[in-house]
Design a binder for this molecule. Structure first.
Ligand SMILES: NC(=O)c1ccc[n+]([C@@H]2O[C@H](COP(=O)([O-])OP(=O)(O)OC[C@H]3O[C@@H](n4cnc5c(N)ncnc54)[C@H](OP(=O)(O)O)[C@@H]3O)[C@@H](O)[C@H]2O)c1
Length: 291
């Protein structure tokens, strides 16, 4: 049985969150909460860039939580560790525990709801990663644990050393990035009841570009537009609906910084794709007919 982590059907991600007036960030968080999104995904590495740096996105969220503490109760907060600038990965138990503690300090919270390994570290034995998760959970610093960008085999190996069930996996998954359908990721999620948190569900915005020079993106966008026209929704909603139609009910982590788009995303719950529509989009993504 999975260590269930109650979550909303969509999540809002903070990869693109840059240092800004905390009131602006709060507006985005409220747009998500008002529409029913309660799962928020960040990482210690988010915010690296102009005006930011390692930890900047967590610090930004921490500022919002400090100024409006009531938000914390409404939010399920997921973050990640294990990427180290210039290394680039460290999932040694010692590092993960210290990284998680640093995230807690930046966020200004007592417990992280979901702590995820951001990317697999080939030099860390899964038993060691498991011991870090176990230590963090026993001390109450995290409520649940998950992985990101792990293969199905890597996830299984980690699970084999854990005394509790992983709650989630976080693969890239969108109508343009369909590997999880066939590489065992979603099968493992179905087998172990893992929540599937789909990163870049709109392919980082590439699916939203009109007249894309990328022929495959243009073909997928056209297939989504056809679904959108039939159901009178936007291409964005059609893309999210396609993803969420999978029986493991993936949770798209939307990355928009636009409050109106954040609010619109949840209208996807009214959309139900026909089987044939779903396969038409997949065929466009493959670029060749299904056998
Ligand atoms: N685990 C990992 O390794 C990993 C990697 C990448 C991301 N993530 C997670 O996934 C989250 C989402 O990633 P993402 O930001 O790439 O997601 P995304 O939702 O695929 O892309 C968001 C981008 O699409 C644009 N967009 C959305 N709707 C649009 C529309 N209708 N028309 C034009 N542009 C539109 C947004 O612009 P606007 O802001 O203007 O709306 C934004 O630039 C991240 O925040 C992070 O939490 C995880």
């Amino acid at each position: 049985m999975a260590a269930a982590l109650p979550h909303s059907p969509l999540a809002w991600g903070m990869w693109r969150l840059l240092p800004e007036d905390p009131k602006l960030t709060e507006t985005k968080i409220n747009a998500a909460l008002d529409s029913g999104i309660t799962l928020f995904d960040t990482a210690d590495i988010y915010g690296v860039g102009p005006g930011g740096g390692f930890g900047a996105a967590e610090t930004q969220l921490g500022r919002v939580l400090a100024s409006t503490p009531a938000l914390r109760r409404a939010m399920t907060i997921a973050t990640k560790g294990g990427i180290v600038l210039g290394v680039p990965y460290d999932s040694s138990a010692r590092y993960l525990v210290s990284a998680c503690e640093a995230s807690l300090r930046r966020l200004g919270i007592e417990q992280i709801d979901l702590y995820q390994i951001h990317r697999p570290d080939s030099l860390a034995h899964p038993a060691e990663v498991a011991s870090a998760f176990e230590q963090l959970r026993r001390s109450g610093k995290i409520r649940a644990a998950g992985v990101s960008n792990y293969t199905a085999a890597q996830t299984r190996a980690l699970q084999a050393h854990l005394p509790f069930s992983l709650a989630s996996i976080q693969p890239e998954f969108s109508p343009l990035a369909t590997a999880p359908l066939t590489d065992g990721t979603l099968d493992l999620a179905a087998e172990c009841e893992l929540a599937v948190l789909a990163w870049s569900p709109l392919a980082g915005g590439r699916l939203m570009v009109s007249d894309s020079a990328d022929a495959r993106a243009a073909a997928v966008a056209a297939a989504l537009d056809s679904v959108a026209a039939t159901h009178r929704v936007s291409r964005m909603v059609a893309a999210l609906g396609w993803l969420m139609a999978h029986p493991t009910r993936p949770v798209p982590i939307i990355g928009s910084q636009n409050p109106d788009r954040i609010r619109e995303a949840m209208t996807v719950l009214k959309l139900k794709l026909e089987r044939k529509e779903w396969y038409t989009v997949l065929t466009a993504a493959r670029g060749s007919p299904l056998p």
